[in-house]
Design a protein around this ligand. Structure first.
Ligand code: NAD
Length: 358
């Protein structure tokens, strides 16, 4: 018998190539007449280009977005929005820029349009992690979900290969944890499987031909599906660990996801066999944890937390932080198990089929 709860997203998605040209109309549709265009410092030129496309619907730009949405940056962006009399927000970039846009929109009630340029998936979630006094706190609410997302595949073609790999595996993490979430639905299962397939195929094709725009489209499509998984069902051990490693140890977001995901899957595998079979089939590998790690190696992605600045001496504190509060996960989250997982991830230990699937 079927039994589930399903809330429909209150956001609009436009997906394609060359869709940047539609951004002015899409902004108007949600009532935006004077948008503040946000970006990171590295994407300043793109923000200026988007402001040009918006024409008189652009009030100004702010290029101070940073990882983990520091509240000082939000305050500076709020002051800029006031200074230019903005009535809406346009975020152009990855999860960092989208996070800043969410912080502004949720504080002011301004409509928010996102042009994603990575595969983070934040643009389709009602989640926001903000950092104040060195601590990252996540909140969720309908006011955080952006009203419109305009995916333009062209905007992702500049993403460097190493970031392409880690960002796509970050997206895979949303889909994998959706497959064993205790509140998953038939919809989220389908989105997760299709998303994983599109992401894995997109990465393999793009490695063969770095100019393959269809592969870029697959990756962005997979990211959209995976992001919707993150937005609709609860995440488990993997996301909790990465949140701890990013928020309390300053590790880079997407690269950390890339190293940890195969180990978190190995930790959960025996307790979630159906999810692992679905993930393996979607990824096109025999065994999901080891197959994903081998794929990351073939793609040249990171496999060791040590390479990201983490040390074995950090393991006990990270394990303690990640077990401080209970949350749903297929296998009980225990301190000793996490110490082992984090030790392996720090060393970049090779996962063998079913070896760690205790
Ligand atoms: P990011 O937004 O920090 O981008 C990484 C770097 O890549 C930046 O320097 C950026 O300028 C550059 N960049 C982005 N797109 C580019 C492109 N197309 N071409 C060239 N350079 C480009 O990284 P991210 O991984 O997308 O986002 C990480 C942040 O997003 C973290 O703070 C994380 O917590 C948050 N996040 C939130 C959610 C959510 O649902 N709330 C989901 C995923 C990630």
């Amino acid at each position: 018998m079927h039994s589930f709860e399903h809330d429909t997203d209150a956001s609009r998605t436009v997906f394609g190539t060359g869709t940047l040209s539609r951004v002015r109309d899409e902004l108007r549709r949600v009532g935006g007449r004077r948008a503040l265009v946000l970006s990171t410092p590295g994407q300043r030129a793109l923000a200026t280009r988007v402001a040009g496309v918006l024409g008189d619907a652009a009030a100004g730009t702010f290029d101070g977005a940073a990882q983990h949405t520091p509240v000082e940056v939000t305050d500076a962006a709020l002051a800029r929005a006031k200074e230019v009399a903005a009535d809406s927000v346009v975020s152009v970039g990855g999860g960092s820029t989208t996070g800043l846009g969410k912080a502004l929109a949720s504080r002011t009630g301004m409509p928010h349009l996102v042009l994603p340029t990575t595969y983070a998936g934040s643009e389709v979630t009602p989640l926001l992690g903000e950092t104040a006094h060195g601590e990252k706190v996540t909140r969720t609410g309908p006011e955080i979900l952006p009203e419109v997302v305009v995916y333009d595949v062209e905007l992702t073609t500049t993403l460097p290969w190493p970031v392409t790999v880690t960002s796509a595996v970050n997206a895979m993490a949303h889909a994998v944890e959706a497959l064993y979430a205790d509140d998953r639905t038939a919809d989220s299962d389908r989105m997760a499987a299709e998303g994983l397939g599109a992401l894995a195929n997109g990465l393999r094709s793009l490695q063969r031909d770095p100019d393959d725009v269809d592969a870029r489209a697959d990756l962005l499509y997979g990211a959209w599906l995976a992001g919707r998984c993150l937005g609709t069902v609860g995440m488990g051990l993997h996301h909790k660990l990465c949140h701890t490693l990013g928020g309390s140890f300053g590790l880079p977001h997407a690269a950390t996801h890339t190293v940890v995901l195969p180990h978190a899957m190995a930790y959960n595998a025996a307790a979630a066999p159906e999810a692992m079979s679905a993930a393996a089939a979607a990824l096109g590998v025999g065994d999901a944890p080891s197959g994903l790690q081998a794929l990351v190696v073939r793609l040249g992605g990171p496999i060791s937390l040590r390479d990201l600045g983490f040390d074995l001496t950090d393991v006990p504190r990270a394990a303690a932080l990640a077990t401080a509060r209970p949350y749903p996960n297929p296998r009980p989250v225990e301190h000793d198990g996490l110490v082992e997982l984090l030790t392996h991830a720090t060393d970049g230990a090779t996962i063998h089929p079913e070896q760690e699937n205790r």
